[in-house]
Structures are given as C-alpha cells and as structure tokens.
Design a binder for this molecule. Sequence first.
Ligand code: DGY
Length: 326
Amino acid sequence: MKPKVLVTREVFDDTLEFLAQSCEVDANQADLAYTPDALAAKLGACDGLMCALTDRVDAALIARCPQLKAVANIAVGYNNLDVPACSARGIMVTNTPGVLDDSTADLAWTLMLATARRVTEVESYIRKGEWTGWKLKQWLGIDVHHATLGIVGMGRIGQAIAKRAMGFDMKVIYHNRKRVSPELEARLNARHVTMDELLAQSDFIILQVPYSPETHHLIGEAQFKKMKSTAILINSTRGGVVDDAALIAALKNGTIRAAGLDVFENEPRLNPAFLELRNVVLVPHIGSSTEATRRAMAMTAAQNLVAALTGKTPPNLVNRDVRAAK
Ligand code: DGY
C-alpha cells in the first residue's frame, strides 16, 4: 500500500505527478488555507505532510496525527514547525535549502536598489500624472555603489548577497554567530565585525538570519539608535526579526532613512502604519518567488517526503537525530 500524504497548499502539476508515483496524494489545489481543526482532520490518517510556512505544525497537531512520519516544508525557514516535538515523536522534518538562495538574494538586492532610488515612490508619482518635468534636485536618492553593506547572517543567502556586492564596488561587512573561514571571507571580500560595529558603519543593512527565539526582535529601538541616520534597512528573512513598531517609529522620526521589507510581523496583517510611510518599500513575502525557484522548492520538498516515506534518509533532513520512519 502506498503511504498517504497531504499537500496543504497548491503546488505545480509535476510536483503532484512525482508524489503520486509513490504516494496516495490528498492535494489542496484550490489553495484554501486549512484551519487548524481542518488540518488535523485531514492529516489524522496520513503518513506524510507537505506544507508551507503558512501552516503551523505544533505538538497539539502532532498529537492528533498518530500515523505521521514525515513533514516536508516547502521553505528553507521552518519556524512554523515545532521540530523538537516532531523529533520526540520520531517524525522527520525537511526543508528546501539551496534552491532558493540566488532568487532570495536577488530580491534583497531589488529592495535595496528600489529603496535607495525611491522606485515605488516615483512610480506612483508618475502613475498619478503628477510629473511635470525634469528638475535637478528632484527625487534625490542615495548611491548603492561604493557604499558599506552590512549583512547580518552569513549563511548561503547572505553569501549570495555579498557576491552581488562586488559588482557595485561595495565595502562588505558582516556579523554571524560563527565567523566564516578566512578563504570564504577573501572570496566574498567581506570582513567580520561585531553587531554594534555593523550597525554603526553600514549604509545598508540586510538581515538574513533565521527566525527563532534568539533572533526575535534582533533589531529594535536600541539597534535603530546605533545606526546612521542615513541607513537603509532591508528585511528579506522573516517577520519578527525586526520589531515592526520600533521600525515604524524609526522611519517616522528619521532615526534611519528608509526600509525595504519582504516580511512582516503577523503577515499578511501587517501593521497598517507602514502604508502611511513614503520611505518604505513593501513587497508581500516574494523573496523566493520566481517560477523556476518555486518549482524547485516544491519538487525538493516532494523528493524529501518520498525519501522519508520509503525508508531513505531525505536529502534535507533538519532533525538528524530522529529515528528513521518505518
Ligand atoms: C523560505 O523558504 O523560508 C521563504 O521564506 C519562502 O519563500
């Protein structure tokens, strides 16, 4: 008998075709998000789950799913999953690292350039028909080239962001819990600094750390006060790493110049005060959203799930200490 799997959100046809070769698939191609109760009811008789960052898999859900053996998140971040609770039940957890690094780095750069050159402000000005002609001092932005870029989190995506900075002749500094090797630092032309040095010296700060209790509100009022008043903050990682209320205050009172945000606390119900601000560029959590990358993420999750349910070690096992699923 094929193992039963639930796919909680719409995926590509080739993902479902791949899954169907080894599993009995219950897919949600209508993409109507399940309530926690509906999810528990659907998952109760399943061996595997393919889910997205919009699904919460916690101890309460796991307790209602006695057959569950594997959870494959279609994301590199997995703060929506209670990994210790899964491990305790012997449930394998997987994510999708690698395939989204470049697209996510591109989006962080898109936000940096758009914020520096005020692209969304001026686009709306043109659309409103307000442009009456060229002026020397009109819509002045700031230069990205030759500026100092501070990257918080030098994992794969942080490194992809740093690589792109070479073409702009930027000075790159970074802060990471663990310093990367001297060889990698040389290749990326990046210098390790303390968090306080990074906050004080950077013209642009890009956050690329995973969300966890340790990184909750990593950037708040105290950190904004340490930044240059001309600094631009880019958050392309996870809501909650930044204290959004403190960011709104910093943008309002000129503590920093601007921000570019792909992620928010309580998304999609972001703080409405963001919508009133001109010095913020807002996009709806699209860091990895190119067709090629989202296809690759879904297929990677499917491959992880099939491996886990067919007695193999999935390529992207997060909880390496978990015992193999039977
Ligand atoms: C991830 O993979 O964690 C991204 O945020 C999903 O787009």
